[in-house]
Design a protein around this ligand. Structure first.
Ligand SMILES: Nc1ncnc2c1ncn2[C@@H]1O[C@H](COP(=O)(O)OP(=O)(O)OP(=O)(O)O)[C@@H](O)[C@H]1O
Ligand SMILES: [Mg+2]
Length: 270
C-alpha cells in the first residue's frame, strides 16, 4: 500500500502556510510490556505545520509513543493515521514510505562513532534513495547548512561537542526532507546556550520548511519557547492539552506538580 506521495508538500510552503488539520493522529493507542501498562489509550492529533510538545515524567512512555509513530514498536490496541491513511497495521515492507516522511532525532543522538559526520548524515540517503554520490554530497551539505555546521564533513562524532553531535543527528533526521520531525529529548545534556540553539533550529524547521514538529522533552524552558501546543502524558494518557501557559496554570494537582518540579517520594514509584 502506498501511504502518500513521496514529494514533500511542506517544502513547497515557505512560511509554513500549511493547511489546518492533523497530519498524524493517534487513536486509543495502548501498549504494555508484560504487566507494565505504558500507554493506556492515548488520543492525540498532531496539527500540520505546528510544533506540539509532549511533556511527561521519566518512564511515562514518551519514547515508546514516538517509536510507535515510526513503526519501531507495534501497538497492543488503537490506531495510528498518517496523512489520512492508517499505518499501524502496515506490513514491514510498506513502512519505508512512511519512514521517508518522518525524521526521528533519537534520544541521545545515536550517531555511528566510526563514521564521519558526512557518512552519518548520508546513511538514510544510501538506505532509501538512489541518489548519486554527488547528489548525496549536495544533500548532506544542505542539511549541514540548516543546522549551522556548514562544511563540517570530515569530523568524527568523538571530535564534536555535545551540542554539535545533536546538530549532526538532527541533520541526519532531516536529510530526507521529511514532513514530520520527531525529537526525543533534543536538549538533554546541553547547556542553556546550546539548548537554545537547538530550540531555534526547531522553530526554523517549522517556519522555513513547514515541518510538523513533535518534541518530547522535560525541559520546560525549551517547551515554552518552541511549543504551539503542549500536552502532558501521565499514567498512560493525555492528562492536559493546551498552550504552555494553559498547562502551567492547570488546576489538576498532578499537572501542576509536574510543572512545579518538586520532588515527591511518590515519584520514585513505578
Ligand atoms: N522495549 C521495551 N521492553 C520493556 N519495557 C520497555 C521497553 N521500552 C520501554 N519500556 C518501559 O516503558 C516505560 C516507558 O518508557 P519510555 O522510554 O517511553 O519512557 P520516557 O517517558 O521516554 O522516559 P524518559 O523521559 O526517561 O526518556 C519504562 O518503564 C520502560 O522501562
Ligand atoms: Mg524517553
Amino acid at each position: 500500500m502506498t501511504v502518500s506521495s513521496r514529494t514533500n508538500p511542506a517544502a513547497d510552503r515557505p512560511g509554513g502556510s500549511a493547511p489546518a488539520g492533523p497530519l498524524l493522529e493517534l487513536r486509543g493507542l495502548r501498549k504494555s510490556f508484560g504487566s507494565l501498562h505504558v500507554l493506556a489509550g492515548v488520543d492525540l492529533a498532531f496539527e500540520t505545520g505546528k510544533t506540539t510538545v509532549v511533556l511527561g515524567p521519566s518512564g511515562s512512555g514518551k519514547s515508546v509513543m514516538l517509536k510507535h509513530i515510526v513503526g519501531l514498536l507495534r501497538p497492543d490496541g488503537g490506531e495510528i493515521y498518517f496523512d489520512g491513511a492508517r499505518i499501524d497495521c502496515l506490513k514491514e515492507t510498506d513502512w519505508t514510505d512512511v519512514r521517508l516522511q518522518i525524521g526521528l532525532l533519537f534520544q541521545g543522538g545515536a550517531l555511528f562513532d566510526s563514521l564521519t559526520v558526512e557518512e552519518n548524515i548520508e546513511f538514510p540517503l544510501r538506505e532509501h534513495t538512489r541518489l548519486s554520490r554527488e547528489e548525496r554530497h549536495e544533500r548532506v551539505a544542505r542539511a549541514l547548512e540548516v543546522v549551522d555546521l556548514k562544511g563540517m564533513f570530515r569530523k568524527l562524532p568523538a571530535q564534536l561537542s555535545g551540542g554539535q553531535r545533536k546538530r549532526v543527528a538532527l541533520a541526519r533526521a532531516i536529510v530526507l526532507e521529511p514532513r514530520v520531525v520527531l525529537y526525543d529529548e533534543p536538549t538533554t545534556g546541553l547547556d542553556p546556550i546550546r539548548s537554545d540553539g537547538i530550540n531555534e533550529l526547531i522553530i526554523k524547521l517549522k517556519k522555513s520548511l513547514g515541518v510538523t514538529n513533535i518534541v518530547v522533552t522535560h525541559d520546560l524552558v525549551s517547551a515554552r519557547k518552541v511549543a504551539d501546543r503542549c500536552v502532558l502524558l501521565l499514567n498512560g494518557k493525555i492528562a492536559a492539552d493546551g498552550t504552555y501557559d494553559d498547562l502551567a496554570r492547570h488546576p489538576d494537582p498532578q499537572v501542576s506538580h509536574f510543572f512545579m518540579g518538586q520532588y515527591d517520594h511518590e515519584d520514585e514509584k513505578d
